[in-house]
Ligand binder design. Structure first.
Ligand SMILES: [Zn+2]
Length: 881
């Protein structure tokens, strides 16, 4: 465990290292408790660097066994060696020399899951961001690009399969039960992309013929016996390879592409060159064990890691401040892939919901940081929704501003100009400026300034002058260490909609530049005047979510109802209905139910029924529309003095009102959607299941609801339906015989399948109410649970703390107390996972005063613990600051 040194890394301190490592030869002799690693490095002094410049290599908890330069032992007096650093005080006079370093590792005891470790008896590695320094001393930074040759030696019985990056060179027997394999990766890469896997794994093999006719051998490696569960992942991989050729002209470059699924993994997956390592939950799937959401995630993550081959691997980051260069761009690419494979509108709504649920609270709280941060203490804590999801939105805005064709020209230029480079955000922006001839310097603030911009918009119509005016004002809220903000360039897509849903024509416009339905907001205030507008239009704003901003719009309920029925931008139509639901939940709801605004309530429930039954809308879209805003979404919109119990009660009341008003129609629609054809995970079938399960949720609050859900559970023929019914029973009918029976049945059927049991943990961890903290505490002793496995911890503890508003934020603080103890317990093994968990309290200041005080106590109890890791200390101190 790396303890905190308090060191802060700053973007402005970047400078190239004095040395390069053009060649890296690694030999691993694998053993669980004493693996020998021999690194033979070709080291080169950079031009102009003094001969006396010491060579300082990074390490993390290493044991040095041997060191030689050009075949000769290095005298101890010429060295400074500690577990965390190796300094060669007097490197040779020659510009190039060979440095041999031998270290010894104990992969079996590595519970942090960084560097070389064991997962279910398989040796595997995770090196991003700074795990390679736990394997050998190295210049462990992304701008040191090296050509790797790797030799792996292992006992054949223990590890029949030996994989590393690049192409296979040769393999053979070593006698005494040992064997070896050698791999060579011709593409220079940073150390964070190094990977090794060795063990006994089953293989699903296939091949792909690239654009230029080369055949690439594809392999997905899984626990023996689970090969059949990798079929969907393989299909997704081949579709990704084809799509990247068509959409971005990017062809795969090695002879082999391998994916390995492991069960202990800190993240989702890792894009190591030619050898992706995956969390097994994003590889293994079939009808019986995976939900439609799992299938969609597998497709997206397989694509994401594959797309990194160009955006991340061929062009990598100069330093970790540039993380969004590879992540934001690659998320954008995987979003586009999924939109092309599925439904663009549905995908866009889902993306925006995710952004709002995860990135907005980050941007609005103590952990806010720019898409490209300027400083960090622990880089592991910057794999955030801001870097990934907002980073993707920024790339999307570049395309919106330049248009698809110029955007593609800019991307082509990026690949041409920077292939083989460790690049920066400035390099990225420059290619689009060069391709378009436009100045993007104001736009670039999206990378440099934290905080979610807000647009305050009002409209007026002057019938006599036939003029329609939009008054737009931008502001960016202060964020930690950035109190004053500069004005941003915000591309605001809009539409003026008249009677019957037709676009309203205008003869002229002044006050802002408008291109292709996008207002370019660049100043603090714009008065945008449209002339020749006879009738007052309804205005559809931020269409397609063209900019990741919040809107404060004074809009009449009539206009919202109108847009929810007639907006021809699918996203904005969803948004209009969602805004009505949110408004109902936040402010007027009790009054509405109390009869003060009976008209509004009736109109809203009637609209819900009409959307549910609208056959012109895809079922998946209708399911998303009918999903009420989450409790956390409502809390964020309220902003302060949050009482999670009151929000929960309002949401339940609205669900009951909508279900009651539409009971007959929802019932018959529910019945009509039952799966008749054979199971398929495709988007259309998944959409029908989603709508049916959403309707089940509403109907479960109606008389006979528990029996209906129990029947749904028993007759389910796939995991989507089974898990949905179980969640409805556990959440809506907690403690009922039906719920108890279903939970027990699920445990009996899937008790030996850890990934499916994760769903069982998740469902129970998210049961609303004060009793759940006790349930979760008890479940930590369940035989299927393990504090050492990140997937189990995230399913039970992560779900409870981030997705159970009434349980976690229990008024007496018991949820927080359990949470802080558990975070410290997880931290002893895995600081990275603990730090991620701890972000669940990032919005503590928006709670009502009593909960706020208790949340602060819990944070302080973590902060005051002894020997905190750098990861956890960084999160907790920033959260409290
Ligand atoms: Zn990525």
């Amino acid at each position: 465990m790396r303890t905190d040194t308090g060191q802060v890394f700053k973007l402005e301190d970047y400078r190239p290292n004095d040395y390069l490592i053009p060649q890296t030869n690694l030999t691993f002799r694998l053993s669980p408790d004493a693996t020998r690693v021999t690194a033979l490095l070709t080291v080169e002094r950079r031009d102009g660097v003094s001969m006396s410049a010491p060579l300082v290599l990074d390490g993390d908890g290493l044991t040095l066994k041997r060191i030689e330069i050009d075949g000769k032992k290095v005298k101890p007096s010429d060295l400074l060696a500690s577990p965390d650093q190796l300094t060669i005080l007097k490197p040779p006079a020659a510009r190039r020399f060979q440095l041999l370093i031998e270290t010894e590792l104990a992969p079996a005891g590595n519970e942090a899951l960084m560097g070389l470790y064991r997962s279910s008896n398989v040796y595997c590695t995770q090196c991003e961001a700074e795990g390679f320094r736990r394997i050998t001393y190295f210049l462990d930074r992304p701008d040191i690009l090296s050509v790797y040759t790797v030799r792996i030696e292992a006992l054949r019985d223990e590890a029949p399969l030996l994989l590393s990056n690049g192409n296979p060179l040769d393999r053979g027997d070593l006698g005494g039960g040992w064997h070896y394999a050698r791999w060579h990766d011709p593409f220079p890469k940073p150390s964070y992309l190094f990977a090794l896997v060795a063990g006994n794994l089953g293989q699903l093999a296939d091949s792909f013929v690239t654009l230029s006719g080369r055949t690439v051998e594809l392999g997905i490696y899984v626990e023996p016996g689970k090969e059949k569960l990798a079929g969907y992942a393989m299909d997704a991989l081949k579709r990704s390879m084809k799509w990247d050729e068509e959409a971005f002209g990017r062809e795969y470059d090695l002879d082999v592409f391998n994916i390995v699924a492991v069960s202990d993994f800190n993240m989702g997956a890792m894009e190591n060159k030619g050898l992706n390592v995956f969390n097994d939950k994003y590889v293994l799937a079939d009808r019986e064990t995976a939900t439609d959401a799992d299938f969609a995630n597998i497709e997206a993550i397989i694509a994401h890691e594959y797309f990194h081959n160009w955006t991340g691997n061929r062009i990598t980051c100069r330093d970790w401040f540039q993380l969004c260069l590879k992540e934001g761009l690659t998320v954008f690419r995987d979003h586009e892939f999924s939109a092309d494979q599925r439904s663009r509108a549905v995908k866009r709504i889902a993306e925006v919901r995710t952004l709002r649920a995860h990135q907005f609270p980050e941007d609005q709280g103590p952990l806010a940081h720019p898409v490209r941060p300027r400083r960090y203490r622990e880089i592991n804590n910057f794999y955030t929704a801001t870097v990934y999801e907002k980073g993707s939105e920024v790339v999307r805005m570049i395309r919106t501003i330049l248009g698809a064709e110029v955007f593609r020209a800019g991307m082509d230029l990026y690949f041409e100009r920077h292939d083989g480079d460790a690049a920066t955000i400035e390099d990225f922006i420059k290619v689009f400026e060069d391709a378009s001839g436009r100045d993007l310097s104001q736009f670039a603030l999206w990378y440099h300034q934290a905080g979610t911009p807000n647009l305050t918009i009002s409209s007026t119509h002057n019938p006599a002058a036939q003029e329609f005016t939009l008054e737009i004002e931008q502001s960016v809220p202060p964020t930690p260490s950035e109190s004053r903000k500069r004005l941003m360039h915000i591309p605001l897509a809009f539409g003026l909609i008249g009677a019957g849903g037709k676009a309203v024509e205008y003869s002229g416009v002044e006050g802002a530049s408008i291109e292709d339905g996008v207002i370019h907001v660049r100043k603090r205030r714009h008065m945008v005047r449209f002339s020749g507008v006879a009738e007052r239009p309804a205005v559809s704003l931020n269409r397609g979510f063209s900019a990741p901003v919040t809107l404060s719009v004074e809009q009449k309920a009539d206009d919202q109802f109108f847009l929810a029925r007639h907006d021809n931008d699918a996203f904005s139509r969803w948004q209009a209905f969602n805004t009505l639901l949110t408004d109902a939940l936040i402010s007027a709801f009790r009054e509405i139910l109390g009869g003060k605004q009976p008209d509004f309530a009736a109109r809203l429930t009637e609209l819900a029924g009409s959307i549910a039954g609208d056959e012109t809308l895809e079922p998946a879209y209708r399911a998303l529309a009918l999903a009420l805003p989450g409790e956390a979404d409502i809390a964020r919109d309220i902003g302060r003095n949050i009482d999670p119990d009151a929000i929960y009660a309002a949401r339940e009341a609205l669900a009951l009102a909508i279900g009651t008003a539409n009971r007959g129609a929802f019932s018959s629609l529910y019945l009509s959607l039952a799966d008749k054809a054979a199971f398929s995970p495709d988007a259309a079938s998944a959409g029908r299941r989603a709508l049916r399960n959403t309707l089940l949720d509403y109907l479960s609050l109606q008389p006979g609801g528990a029996a209906l859900a129990a029947g749904h559970f028993q007759s389910a023929t796939n995991m989507t339906d089974r898990a949905a019914a179980l969640a409805v029973l556990a959440h809506r009918h907690h403690g009922s015989p039906e719920a108890i029976e279903a939970l027990a049945a699920f445990e009996t059927i899937y008790g030996s399948d850890p990934l499916v049991m994760d769903k069982w943990f998740q469902i129970q961890a998210s049961v609303p109410g004060p009793q759940t903290v006790d349930t979760v505490m008890a479940l930590t002793n369940h035989p299927a649970f393990s504090m050492g496995n990140p997937n189990r911890v995230r399913s039970l503890i992560g779900t409870f703390s981030s997705a159970n508003q009434t349980g976690f934020h229990r008024a007496d603080g018991e949820g927080y107390r359990f949470f802080s103890q558990t975070v410290l317990e997880v931290e002893k093994r895995n600081p990275q996972v603990a730090a991620r968990l701890a972000t669940a309290l990032r919005s503590w200041r928006s709670l009502e005063p009593l909960r706020q005080a208790k949340a602060r106590e819990a944070l302080l109890s973590i902060a005051n613990a002894e020997n905190l890791s750098a990861d956890l200390r960084d999160i907790v101190e920033r959260t409290l600051a």
